[in-house]
Design a protein around this ligand. Structure first.
Ligand SMILES: Cc1ncc(COP(=O)(O)O)c(C=O)c1O
Length: 493
């Protein structure tokens, strides 16, 4: 066979076995790495050649450099001690599917450019919908991230608001009133970015106050909508969050849906993280009302063991999405009756074969396996929260409806929230020290204006020993800081 520059079939077989070994070894040995990368800006770049190689290099040389240059510069998202942000972890099913996806190299932009990819994606959305208990009226697509999903929903909502922005844009139109996007003050920044990108501008954001559980105050939303209507503003969308980024707070979606219905405003639900928890019948109460939304985002690449990237955007009104983005130049036209071209729903033309990842995942883990993982995470988070709540070194600062625990360390002598900047500094240092130790990685947020520590359990790999380790290191470092305070009279770095 003539050489194409690519590997021969025999070479490919050998190389893929080698890669399979490398991946298996990485998964087995990942705990030997510190979770958080220990490099400084520029360290990795300094080890990389300035120019590409002229001659082909053997796989062994590439793998040696992967180990030597790249791995030390990674924060290991698949380390079981990854307890920061919201994890994105790679189940075996997801990794294997990614391998097949790359080999198939399918671009599911049109139905005809891979009918099975479009139809599998649609069926995977239906499986997800059924698993989380949403009505059949919802269909959807798989996009890269929740940021893209919410942005896409905002474009559809903008069109549904009758602004004609698709054809005429928004600029230079005196008849277009000021526009508004309603979120809670705890909503994810991706909504703010969506407003920027959709031409509403950051100024359109109405950040509704939250209650003592950090959930949107529905009455405040109602008042704001009414005041804005009086002043001639046009509401474009309300976004309620189930499982906010900082503390997993749950906006009262049922009451918000009532308000949206009365005001005729599009309701989007951001369940990017917590959505998979609706697989658990015992948690369905947290999702009450989301079935009334116009659109919902759930990220399998967060709490559903799916490797980056995979975000499910569910919606009822396909025509609204088509109205905002469908556009078919001649070179993309096709004539199959009843075929759905997914390029019509979202911004990207080219589309990865993400449905295959969910297909492998659902089949290899089964709904049962996914539910078991979610329950394990909930148990670990609740257990950690209980220990934190009983330990005088710490205080819990938010409810734990899902798997994220928000807490603060008290300074010796009992100073906590009330002690202002000093206590914030104490918490910041504690987090730095714990993360520097290596086996775990936690992150922070600000709640009630105060620096807050945050432990989020969401990785398919995380076990009780990892959460125990986090607890142990928090106590140890807290004690070491307290001892240093006794000796030195002030905190050491
Ligand atoms: C509630 C919520 N919505 C949206 C996002 C954005 O997710 P993505 O990175 O998929 O855009 C996040 C990220 O953590 C999130 O927590």
């Amino acid at each position: 066979m003539a050489r194409t520059g690519d590997l021969s079939p025999a070479e490919f077989r050998q190389a893929s076995r080698r890669i399979a070994d490398w991946v298996a070894g990485y998964r087995e040995g990942v705990e030997a790495f510190p979770v958080l990368a220990r490099v400084s800006p520029g360290d990795t770049a300094a080890l990389l050649p300035h120019s590409p190689p002229e001659r082909p290099e053997p796989l062994e040389a590439i793998l040696a450099d992967l180990d030597r240059i790249i791995l030390p510069g990674l924060t290991h998202w698949n380390h079981p001690g990854f307890l920061a942000y919201f994890s994105s972890s790679s189940s075996a099913a997801g990794i294997l599917a990614e391998f097949v996806i790359a080999a198939l190299g399918v671009n599911a932009m049109l139905w005809r450019t891979s009918p099975a990819a479009t139809e599998l994606e649609q069926r995977m959305i239906a499986w997800l919908r059924e698993l989380v208990g949403l009505p059949e009226a919802f269909e959807g697509i798989l996009l890269d991230t929740a940021s893209t999903s919410s942005f896409t929903a905002l474009l559809a909502a903008r069109e549904a608001a009758g602004l004609g922005a698709r054809e005429r844009g928004l600029a230079g139109r005196p008849e277009v009133p000021p526009l508004a996007l309603y979120v809670s003050e705890q909503a994810h920044s991706s909504l703010e970015k969506a407003a920027m990108a959709a031409g509403l501008g950051r100024g359109s954001l109405r950040k509704i106050a939250t209650d003592d559980r950090y959930a949107m105050d529905a009455e405040a939303l109602r008042r704001q909508l009414s005041a804005d209507a009086d002043s001639g503003m046009r509401p474009v969308m309300v976004c309620a969050t189930i499982g906010t980024t900082s503390s997993n707070a749950i906006d009262p979606v049922g009451r918000i849906a009532d308000i949206c219905e009365r005001a005729g405003v599009w309701l989007h639900v951001d369940a990017a993280y917590a959505g998979p928890a609706a697989l658990l019948p015992e948690l369905r109460g947290h999702f009450e009302g989301w079935e009334r939304a116009d659109s919902i985002v759930i990220n399998p690449h967060k709490w559903m063991a799916t490797p980056m990237d995979c975000s499910a955007l569910l919606y009822r009104d396909r025509p609204a999405f088509r109205a905002s983005l469908a556009l078919t130049p001649e070179y993309l036209s096709s004539d199959e009756q009843g075929a759905l071209d997914l390029m019509d729903i979202g911004l990207p033309l080219g589309r990865r074969f993400r449905g295959l990842k969910l297909w492998f995942l659902f089949r290899q883990m089964g709904a049962e396996g996914l539910r078991a993982m979610l329950r394990r995470h909930l148990g670990l988070a609740t257990g950690f929260a209980e220990r934190i709540g009983q330990n005088e070194r710490f205080e819990l600062v938010a409810p734990v409806p899902f798997s994220t625990v928000c807490f603060r360390a008290r300074m010796p002598g009992g100073a906590g929230m009330e002690d202002g900047g000093l206590a914030d500094e104490w918490n910041r240092e504690l987090l730095t020290r714990v993360n520097r130790r290596g086996p775990v990685f936690l992150s922070h947020t600000v709640l009630g204006g105060r620096y807050t520590l945050r432990l989020a359990v969401g990785s398919v790999h995380t076990a009780s020993r990892n959460v125990d380790e986090a607890y142990r290191l928090l106590c140890e470092e807290h004690d070491a800081m307290a001892a240093a305070l006794d000796v030195g009279g002030e905190m050491s770095a």
